[in-house]
Write a protein that binds this ligand. Structure first.
Ligand code: PML
Length: 261
């Protein structure tokens, strides 16, 4: 049986030229209208304010998407620097480099201490910054989740589910699928959103609460990569390869003993 056509739906909104919100997904043709409306509502009701510009783009996906399960989530209570001391070595990242990158995200990784819209790329173990544009960083796009995977995520995360979790989990699962990516560290730049994560390729999404003080206006993303990775291939994969998350394995509390030893 022929599969229904798939469409990418992307939204971005701004006010007086300042970014307010963005969202995207991949849906079957029959769900395009519903998705456009829900993105319009999302743009109009954002904590950052009312947009004076909303752009919604609908585009058929011509290439067969890469389909994979989301990373499992590990919900970790505790002081993030202490947790990161356990987690960076699990990802093969030297502790000093990991903690230095965490501090850099908190102080603004773009020139002049500004926030980057995209991610910085950090080579392991040298710490060299590989993103071609230090102001913008690199961004992942053209991604989505099936209805059944979204239901699974909502059920398993229960009261800990947020739209930010869903968006971040899809994005970082795609990032970690590129060969040579070791991990991604993320701190939201939304002053009121203090939950962040480190995701480790093949292992999971380690959700960190109070990763920054409430009201702190800075944050960002760092993708840790092995030496020798092709940056043009990484950029092209992240931006253009369609990715569809097809299931969600588990929402767990705490770190398994096997990760501790
Ligand atoms: C979560 O696990 O709740 C999402 C954390 C990352 C949020 C990133 C962002 O919104 O900028």
């Amino acid at each position: 049986m022929e599969r229904e056509k798939l469409f990418s739906v992307k939204m971005r909104s701004s006010a007086a030229g300042e970014h307010i919100s963005g969202a995207e997904t991949i849906v079957p043709e029959s769900e395009v209208e519903k998705t456009v409306l829900s993105f319009l509502n999302r743009a109009r009701n954002h904590s950052r304010g009312s947009p004076d510009f909303i752009n919604i783009k609908v585009e058929e996906i011509k290439e067969e998407p890469l389909r994979a399960p989301l990373l499992p989530v590990f919900h970790l209570e505790g002081a993030p620097p202490e947790l990161l001391k356990l987690l960076f070595p699990l990802a093969g990242i030297p502790l000093e480099l990991g903690l230095k990158t965490y501090e850099l995200l908190l102080s603004g990784p773009a020139p002049g201490g500004r926030v980057m819209r995209g991610a910085m790329v950090v080579e392991v173990p040298t710490g060299r910054r590989l993103e071609p544009d230090k102001e913008r960083g690199i961004r992942a796009s053209t991604l989505g989740i099936t209805d059944s995977a979204q239901r699974e995520l909502k059920e398993k995360a229960g009261k800990f589910y947020t739209e930010n979790l869903k968006d971040a989990l899809i994005l970082t699962t795609k990032i970690n699928l590129f060969p040579g990516v070791l991990a991604e560290l993320c701190i939201s730049d939304d002053p009121e959103y203090t939950t962040g994560y480190i995701s480790i390729s093949g292992l999971g999404y380690f959700r960190l609460f109070n990763v920054k003080p409430p009201g702190h206006p800075k944050g960002g993303r760092a993708i840790f990569v092995k030496r020798g990775i092709s940056i043009p291939d990484l950029v092209s994969f992240l931006q253009k390869k369609p990715f569809l998350a097809t299931s969600f394995p588990a929402y767990r509390f705490g770190l398994p003993e096997t990760f501790r030893s």
